[in-house]
Design a protein around this ligand. Sequence first.
Ligand code: SF4
Length: 199
Amino acid sequence: MTILYTVKNGLYINLTNRCPCACTFCLRQKGDGVYGSDSLWLEREPTVEEVLEQIDNTDLTKFDEVVFCGYGEPTERLFDLVKIAEHIKQNYNIPIRVNTNGLSDLIWQDDTAKYFVGKVDVLSISLNSTNAEGYLALTRSKFGIKSFEALKKFAKSARELRISVVMTIVDTVTTLDEQKKAKQICDELGVALRIRPLE
Ligand code: SF4
């Protein structure tokens, strides 16, 4: 099964297939992998040791960054993610990014931004929409209407803890007005916005 895969100059870690959302645009509905990877559907979730073994057998100098991002929401395994990131920080000199839906506070019923401090350099959080109703319609989050406020709170907390935060929206599923409103939201939160293409 595919635990590590590459996208451009990044080494990606596929930790889980679990996710509290069922986004209408999720890549998982369109195929088994991305950028020519093997299937990202896991037979079972890899243990921390299995992930570390594969990382230690990989030449990280070939990559610009390590990214927690696979066919699921990486913070479903928050504490395993943190252990893996800690090992990478201690042994390698490479930036670490987590691509997340930003719902880890709801997944874990805790303020979770603090767990990333010193372990993760960048949190890339899918903003997706500019309001709670639109967000829920796109993501079909199992946490319901409170999801949008929760992800904004998570982003703000992470920024206050000096973690670099980038919020993303997809260009083809948002209007220009929504993109302007998204920029306003990000400015209020003090985080960056990236309007990304649908991959
Ligand atoms: S949050 Fe990500 S993995 Fe989960 S359904 Fe949405 S796009 Fe797919």
